[in-house]
Design a protein around this ligand. Structure first.
Ligand code: DOR
Ligand code: ZN
Length: 350
């Protein structure tokens, strides 16, 4: 670090464009972690059962608001889970009322609680056409689920076989490629227009598949899409720190209790709500790109969703002692381990 490198930066209050808050006791415990640093978040609908109708989303939003700590400066942005029987009129009414910000496409079987997702993409054509007409964003979990496609190739194959055909058949459809993990996805976003953007998680900026698998398996680094080779991580870091408005933060913070992670068949998900801003400051500083952090965390997401940037601000400070993040947070369902990049984080929100 040179003597003139900043050790304090102030940004518009950031937003998280992809988070899992769950429900019940887990919601109660993890919501304050997101609400502390973030002004808004796109709330994933993969509850059991999923949030499929506007009425489901109203009820879920009310449970989130009831669980918010007093005085929190946080607004949940609700999504609906796309199924083969989604009613386009219900979607459109939810969007017109201002409640629904996006619709989430999970290919059936792609990840946690995705069994009600889409198997036959032709069945959702009318819904997608209506969404393009009214300007409602489709958030995409971009992985094919074919058993013959290697798990490390599933994102790249999804782009060619599913996403590109959908976008070509539905001009004007606004799409967020969520939690992109490959250079293929970064290149695809760059090759297209502003209707297409991508979110990038905190952990995919910091870990590659070696971190997950070398020297012993690390269940707390296991998520979907799974971390890829280092060349892909570098492409994500380059995209996030480039200033390109089509890339923004979506943490995909996805809490599972330790017993569910540390099991013979462990759940996918990295919980990073608590220390994401400290992690991002580390990554952006290492790239000499602290001046691009506001774009990635606070400005590019609202631009894609056609919402204003938050008026409030947060300040990050770099200190000489590591930030004291807990190893776990305690929840009514059991402990949840916090994402640990493997080195001390010197930045903190002050
Ligand atoms: O790692 C993941 N966890 N990826 C997802 O797509 C879902 C999420 C979850 O809900 O746990
Ligand atoms: Zn997710």
């Amino acid at each position: 670090m040179t003597a003139s490198a900043p050790t304090r930066i102030t940004l518009p209050r950031p937003d998280d464009w992809h988070v899992h808050l769950r429900d019940g006791a887990m919601l109660q415990a993890v919501l304050p972690e997101t609400a502390r640093d973030f002004g808004r978040a796109i709330i994933m609908p993969n509850l059991v059962p999923p949030v499929v109708t506007t009425a489901d989303a109203v009820a879920y939003r009310d449970r989130i608001l009831a669980a918010l700590p007093q005085g929190a400066d946080f607004a949940p942005l609700m999504t609906l889970y796309l199924t083969e029987t989604t009613d386009p009129d219900d979607l459109a009414a939810g969007f017109a009322s201002g409640l629904i910000q996006a619709v989430k496409l999970y290919p059936a079987g792609a990840t946690t609680n995705s069994a009600s997702g889409v198997r036959d993409f032709d069945k959702v054509r009318p819904v997608l056409e209506r969404m393009a007409e009214i300007g409602l964003t489709l958030c995409v979990h971009g992985e094919v689920t074919d058993s013959d496609i290697d798990i490390f190739d599933r994102e790249a194959v999804f782009i060619d076989r599913v996403l590109d055909p959908i976008r070509k058949a539905t001009p004007g459809l606004r799409v967020t490629m969520e939690h992109v993990t490959t250079k293929n996805a970064v290149d695809y976003v760059r090759a297209n227009d502003d209707d297409l953007a991508a979110s990038i998680t905190t952990h995919h900026l910091m870990i590659n598949r070696n971190h997950l698998l070398v020297g012993g398996i690390k269940p707390h680094y296991y998520c979907l899409p799974v971390a890829k080779r280092e060349e892909h991580r570098l492409a994500l870091v380059e995209a996030a720190t480039s200033g390109d408005k089509r890339f923004f933060l979506g943490t995909d913070s996805a809490p599972h209790t330790d017993p569910n992670k540390l099991s013979e068949c462990g759940c996918a998900g990295v919980f990073s709500a608590t220390n994401t801003m400290a992690c991002l400051a580390h990554v952006f500083e290492a790239e000499g790109a602290l001046d691009k952090l506001a774009g990635f965390a606070s400005e590019n997401g609202p631009a894609h969703y056609k919402l204003p940037v938050n008026q409030a601000t947060i300040t990050l400070e770099k200190r000489t002692d590591p930030a004291p993040f807990p190893a776990q947070i305690q929840t009514g369902e059991g402990p949840v381990t916090l994402f640990n990049p493997g080195y001390p984080l010197m930045w903190r929100v002050v």
